[in-house]
Design a binder for this molecule. Structure first.
Ligand code: OGA
Ligand code: MN
Length: 313
């Protein structure tokens, strides 16, 4: 456990506590009502997020405008325009995506249904993907629907040398056709050949623009393609990378309660959602922050990210 005493610039901030999960990533930040956090508190929370890759703040009561106002204190919001499948209800706020299985008059109120959501990093299929995503729980089912995270700093660091060598200098083409629940996005055609799937290429190893550490950057497995290889070679190498990157010891899974706000860093984690019984309602509101174009920098730090060190567990 790590305690951070936040010096109060205003009367509201008292104590912000960061409790690390017993895993390779993740922490609970205890800071009371997020709406009342002053600038020093926000800075400490943001640092806890960079240090732990994903944080959960529990017991919140946030309207959409309050969620957006909080998000803007972390960074510029993005509206993730391609998250639309086209069949769901129009968004009330462009920056707020509803993630839900609930139907109203035969129309889904949101995206991703009750399906398994395969491991992925949000919006990797864009030239400039997201920095953070923040998911706020309004209604949750009694069981199922846990959200898991995997530490991609650690995945890179623990990669067998021969595999690490094989990906040197390579890029992955990230398909934008389907979302992580397997639904076709609005305006896209099914993929016949992964080499023709629409989407940008990004380096397989990227340097985190804020922390300076390198991380493995895989995006999403379906329809991914490693540029320049035959499809068979690409499939074989991708399978080896994914086997390595999603091993349970690299992960932490969150069990939701109403009022939880989970904030993760798409530049250094992947996430996964377990399916749940569609007879129960799950309603989450998501905001997301603008990121940067993935790049591998020559001046990246050579050391391990502190949260990825064995003693941090
Ligand atoms: C997302 C996502 C997982 C979940 O919102 O980006 O992948 O737990 N959601 O609903
Ligand atoms: Mn996601």
């Amino acid at each position: 456990m790590q305690n951070v005493n936040v010096r109060a610039d205003t009367a509201q901030t008292d104590r912000l506590e960061v409790v690390s999960m017993k895993a390779m990533l993740g922490a609970e930040v205890r800071c009371g009502d997020l709406r009342k956090l002053d600038d020093a508190g926000i800075a400490a929370l943001r640092q806890a997020w960079l240090d732990n890759l994903v944080i959960v703040v529990r017991g919140q009561t946030l309207s959409d405008p309050e969620l957006m106002a909080f998000g803007r204190r972390l960074g510029d919001l993005d509206s993730a325009p391609l998250a639309k499948t086209g069949s769901e209800k129009a968004r009330a706020h462009e920056e707020v995506i509803v993630v839900s299985n609930v139907m109203e008059n035969g129309v889904p109120i949101g995206v991703l249904r009750d399906a398994e959501v395969v491991w992925h990093s949000d919006n990797s299929y864009r030239d400039v993907p997201l920095s953070f995503s923040a998911l706020y729980a309004l209604e949750i089912p009694p069981t199922g629907g846990n959200t898991g995270f995997a530490n991609m700093y650690r995945a890179l660091e623990t990669m067998p040398a021969d595999l690490r060598q094989r990906i040197d200098g390579l890029t992955i083409k990230h398909d934008m056709t389907y979302n992580s629940a397997g639904d076709l996005r609005d305006g896209f055609k099914p993929v016949a050949d992964v080499r023709d799937a629409p989407g940008p290429s990004h380096p397989i190893v990227r340097t985190h623009a804020e922390t300076g550490y390198n991380a493995l950057y895989l995006g999403r497995r379906p329809n991914a393609y490693i540029d320049g290889l035959s499809v068979a070679e690409s499939e074989e190498l991708l399978n080896a990378l994914w086997m390595h990157a999603t091993q349970p010891h690299l992960t932490w899974h969150h069990q939701w309660k109403v009022g939880d706000l989970l904030i993760w860093d798409n530049r250094c984690v992947m996430h996964y959602r377990a399916p749940f019984d569609g007879g129960h309602r799950r309603v989450m509101h998501r905001i997301q922050g603008k990121g940067d174009k993935p790049t591998l920098r020559a001046d990246a730090k050579a050391a391990s990210h502190p949260r990825s060190r064995a003693e941090a567990r």
